[in-house]
Design a protein around this ligand. Sequence first.
Ligand SMILES: Nc1ncnc2c1ncn2[C@@H]1O[C@H](COP(=O)(O)OP(=O)(O)O)[C@@H](O)[C@H]1O
Ligand SMILES: [Mg+2]
Length: 358
Amino acid sequence: MNEEAILELQKVSHAFGPLLALDDVSLTIAPGELVCLVGPSGCGKTTLLRVAAGLEELQQGGIAIDGRTVAGRGAHMPPEERGVGLVFQDYALFPHLSVLDNVGFGLRGQPAAQRRMRSLEILEQLGVAGLARNFPHTLSGGQQQRVALARALAPKPRLMLLDEPFSDLDARLRERVRDETLHLLKKAAAASLIVTHDPDEAMFMAERIAVMRAGRIVQLGRPAEIYLHPTNAFVASLFSEVNRIDGVVSGGGVETPFGILDAKHLADGTEVQVLIRPEALKLAWAGEGEADLNVGRVVTARMLGRSTLIHLHLGHFNGRPLHLHSRVPGYVAFAEGDDVTVGLDISQAFVFPRDDPT
Ligand SMILES: Nc1ncnc2c1ncn2[C@@H]1O[C@H](COP(=O)(O)OP(=O)(O)O)[C@@H](O)[C@H]1O
Ligand SMILES: [Mg+2]
């Protein structure tokens, strides 16, 4: 057991009948650390959170919270004794209790005056103290989300578990609420595990990201590590659109229109997919660039707001026309029919076996 960790999952597996929802999952969260669990719908994120919270009885493995074994080795501590703050997608506020009483619910056992003071204090921090007497059905989605967060944080848990806490909010409000939540969780110094199916949200919130696929954590690391050094095709293609070029490893490398890319980690003869992030394709109007660069033609360009996406035709490769996407920050006035030179930033091109699932 890791004495320093706030949450430690050791080799947790969980089945629903024949379906293995969690397959040998290990994860450790340090005090005050914010970890995001990201993956597609159905990959087991909610199950992992429910098992950690004790809402689902542990079937295999071990769980320790704040240095104490709470499940496994014969232990099963009930959820309310685990000292964990929970926030779910649907907020699950008690409809018959006022906002103040909802927040005070987690403080049962404390003197009434103290409960009231702490509840008001945390509502104040979240900017919703003015709603203390309201009932949940009168609140907007954003307000309900804040109240749910206040209720979870009121007892000052050392561990917060949040399941898609922003997914019911529309886009602009979601950005604001998750920004507030990030700062609030850091201020509360609670170790947090936040589940999301949105990779951008994970990048925004997390100090470390655990990427899950089909019940397994397939990569765990800081956002920059995950984005710049994905260890498999699934992770590489989760965080952005990617261009794909097929090839075969020969002499430790793979041939592409941009020269030979290193593939020493794979045996000669391996059929591979080269995944290239759109921002790795560097464009310039032909004539300005180096003579040894590829020349392509702009098929169409779209200003997307923060960036411009350029669709390119880059001759033929492996006997097929090569259509690539390049993404450039801000607005760049490339237009249909423009001839452009195309260079590759190889640090954003990844070589994986072709049968590696994306
Ligand atoms: N109570 C349950 N009974 C049967 N199958 C379940 C139950 N809960 C979840 N599952 C299944 O387990 C898998 C993982 O579900 P879940 O943890 O909810 O995924 P996620 O939160 O990543 O969308 C899914 O295939 C889901 O259908
Ligand atoms: Mg879920």
